[in-house]
Every structure is written in C-alpha cells, then in structure tokens.
Design a protein around this ligand. Sequence first.
Ligand code: ADP
Ligand code: SF4
Ligand code: MG
Length: 322
Amino acid sequence: MIKIKDLTVSYKSRTGKVRALDSVNAEIGNGEIFGIVGESGSGKSTMAMTIMGLLPRNSLIEAGSIEVDGKEIIGLKPEEARKIRGKKISLVFQGAMNTLNPLMKIEDQVAEPLLIHREAKREEALRRARETLEIIGLDSYTWKKYPHELSGGMKQRAVIATAIVMNPGTIIADEPSTALDVITQVQIMNILRRLQREMDITVIFISHDFPLVSEMADRIMILYGGKVSEVGSNRKILEEPGHPYTRGLINSVPTMTPGRRLEAIPGEPVNIRDPPEGCRFRPRCTFAGEGCETYSYKPVEAGQGHLVYCVKYGEGKNAGSS
Ligand SMILES: Nc1ncnc2c1ncn2[C@@H]1O[C@H](COP(=O)(O)OP(=O)(O)O)[C@@H](O)[C@H]1O
Ligand code: SF4
Ligand SMILES: [Mg+2]
C-alpha cells in the first residue's frame, strides 16, 4: 500500500519556482491498477519520480508524506529510502527502451539487477532472467540478441522484464506505450494486466491518454495543473463523473459518447507558473461562479473512495446539461 498525503513538489528554475504538485492525496492499494491521467505538464511524471526518489536536483519536496507499506520514505537519507523502496517499486518510463545497453545481450540486461543487488549468482540470475522473459512473452529466440536486433515493442518488453525480475510489489509505468504503434501498445497493456492478475503486482499506470487509462485502471486519479480534480473507481468515474473537467475528458472521446455530441474542452491548459486563484480549472469551466475563485480544494465525497474537487459539486450545481 502506498499512501500519499498532501504531497507538494516544486522545481526551481531561473525564472522562479514552479509548483508541479500541490497537496496531492492518494492511496494506492496492493494488487490494483491505479491510473493517473492528466494532460502534459499536469505533474504525472513528478509524482512517479517522487515515489521513486528520482527527482532532479532542482526539485524540492515542500510538504507531504509518502508511506510505502507503513514506512515513511520522505525525509530519509537517500540510502535509507532506497532500502525501503529498494526492491519494492520499479519504474518503466517512456523511451526506457532506449536506455538498454547496446552492447549487452537481452538476458544479461534482465539478469543484471539480480547481480547488482546480490540476489543471485550468475547462473541462477540468468535462469530467473529467462523465466521472466518468458512471462513477458519473449521466448528463447530473443535471449541472446542485442537490443538493436529487436523491435521497439520487444525492447520495451525487455525493459519491463528488467523491472520485474526482482519481484517488486509495485511497478510504475509512466507513459509506457506512448510513441509505440497501436498493436504494440495493446501488447504492453496486456502484459501489465497479466502481471497484475497473475503475479499480484500493483501497477501505477500513468498516461495523458484518458481512454487508455480508463481501459486499464481499477481506480483513476485525474490531475489538473498539479492538483487532483477527481479520484474514484473506474466505473464511477466513467458512469458518474463529478468534475466538469472529467466530463470534458469523457465528452471529447468519440467512443465514450455514443449518440452524443463531441465536445472539446474550451480554452488553454493551465499555466502552473501563474495559476488562477482558487480552482485551477476556472477559466475553462462553464459552471464557474461564486466560490470558485476562493475554492481551497476541499474535496466532496461522491461515494466511497470517490472524491470530487469542485466546490459546486456539493451544491449539486455543476452537473448541468453539458
Ligand atoms: N526538471 C525540471 N525542472 C523544472 N521544471 C520541471 C522539471 N520537470 C518538470 N518540470 C515542470 O513541472 C511541471 C510538471 O511536469 P511533469 O511532472 O513532467 O508533468 P507530466 O508528466 O504530467 O507531463 C511542468 O510544468 C514541467 O515544466
Ligand atoms: S470549482 Fe468551480 S470552476 Fe472549478 S470545476 Fe467546480 S464549478 Fe468549475
Ligand atoms: Mg510525464
């Protein structure tokens, strides 16, 4: 279980400080697929990097806590945090396949984490690497190949094998299939789903692609400009979306709105360097009105585990006919 509380993370740059995550709360249960969706710049990768302890030097965790299986990992010395995270969480990110070592055979790359962490001697490490490659759908034909001899999808699978060879409880997949062709995308999704089902791995699935996330995830968190706008079960989010932004996302997907008019969300994405007062979605929201400018992001409970961060939701005034 990963418990994130009031997480606030900013980056320093020459032009000042930007807050990429602002008081984010989330609970990620063991064995679920937890989807994080939001447009580019909404803070998704910052969230992944914070959990992994891989934030760059110009970042600052201003507030908040992350508990992994009951242990706080923020504020610890890097090596202590690494021990707790250690084998428990691993990351697959967009373009990770380009980080494969071009001079190393696939089976050796997959075995490497076991050798580095002294989990196994070479023979045993190779055996486990091959076993993992098979689970991921790469058969013996690929084991002794070099990265350049494999397709993009096969390489991304090898990356996933490297990420799971240590048996982590959780895998964070940050845009794992973006930039891959559709068929390969589907294969990667199926692998992640199988890992969750058959190996009971928790998957944190991150993408800007709302239909993809809603197809994958058991629960979904929607980020907008570094803030959570809604979180809930997949079914509730799709059937009873509570936030105008969520409804906008659903209405802008052709296949999700049979017989309904397709509508793009009006306006521009929020500039987090200079966010509006109160609700960040305000300049684009057709329901904006009294209370939105001073909204402090107190969530409204729409059902069990379903939180809507909209001041009008509680008043029943944001549902309209859109
Ligand atoms: N290393 C960095 N230095 C400065 N700003 C950054 C850095 N990484 C990300 N940001 C900024 O933080 C915000 C969130 O970025 P990110 O977490 O990468 O979003 P996403 O993954 O949703 O696209 C963006 O405005 C981005 O420009
Ligand atoms: S708080 Fe106001 S501006 Fe923000 S989503 Fe709700 S109605 Fe729209
Ligand atoms: Mg990202």
